[in-house]
Write a protein that binds this ligand. Structure first.
Ligand SMILES: [Zn+2]
Ligand SMILES: [Zn+2]
Length: 178
């Protein structure tokens, strides 16, 4: 998905974060997301003020900023907000690894419960999800993910998508998935 930053050509769009209008002439952030009403797999854009996106969608905004070559008023402040908020954000793409926040999930491979605090790998329930908004996760014990998400590439994808895991946790994942 390609997220964008552009100048609002009218004042009609509403920010999806704060629900206030985005003024004509202001920069706005467009999150590209799968259009649930289009069965041909089309996409749509959800607009946000840049300052709002920095708090709610930091990872996506950082992606858009990286390819935007115009002037961004208050960019330093926006970058600071992104840096502090991004680690708290839920992952935005599968597969990702995390510590199970509860003991309620069950492993999609071995069917046993995944304990609270245990490392788990989240993969999409459907083959081609087109974004986390549309599909629920299938959780696996890290040790059970070897078949489903094993190998070098999987570890790389996990590194790209996961948030806030420590070096030791990556060592453990490399050991069980490698
Ligand atoms: Zn807003
Ligand atoms: Zn398992």
């Amino acid at each position: 998905m390609a997220h964008t930053i552009e100048t609002a050509r009218s004042g009609r769009a509403t920010c999806r974060t704060c629900r206030q209008a985005i003024a004509k002439g202001d920069l706005r952030f467009g999150e590209e997301t799968a259009n649930a009403f289009d069965d041909k797999g089309g996409t749509m854009r959800l607009w946000h003020h840049l300052a709002c996106a920095a708090k709610k969608k930091p990872t996506q905004l950082a992606e858009a900023l990286a390819t935007f070559d115009g002037e961004v008023p208050g960019r330093d402040e926006i970058e600071r907000t992104i840096a502090s908020e991004a680690p708290k954000q839920k992952p935005t793409s599968f597969p990702y690894a995390e510590r199970a926040p509860t003991a309620r999930s069950r492993c999609g491979e071995c069917q046993a419960a995944i304990e609270k605090g245990e490392l788990r790998v989240a993969t999409p329930r459907e083959a081609d999800p087109g974004g986390l908004a549309n599909v629920s996760a299938r959780y696996l014990h890290a040790r059970c993910a070897k078949g489903a998400a094993g190998g070098e590439d999987a570890l790389e994808a996990l590194r790209r998508n996961s948030k806030g895991l420590e070096a030791e946790e990556w060592e453990e994942l490399a050991r069980v998935l490698g």
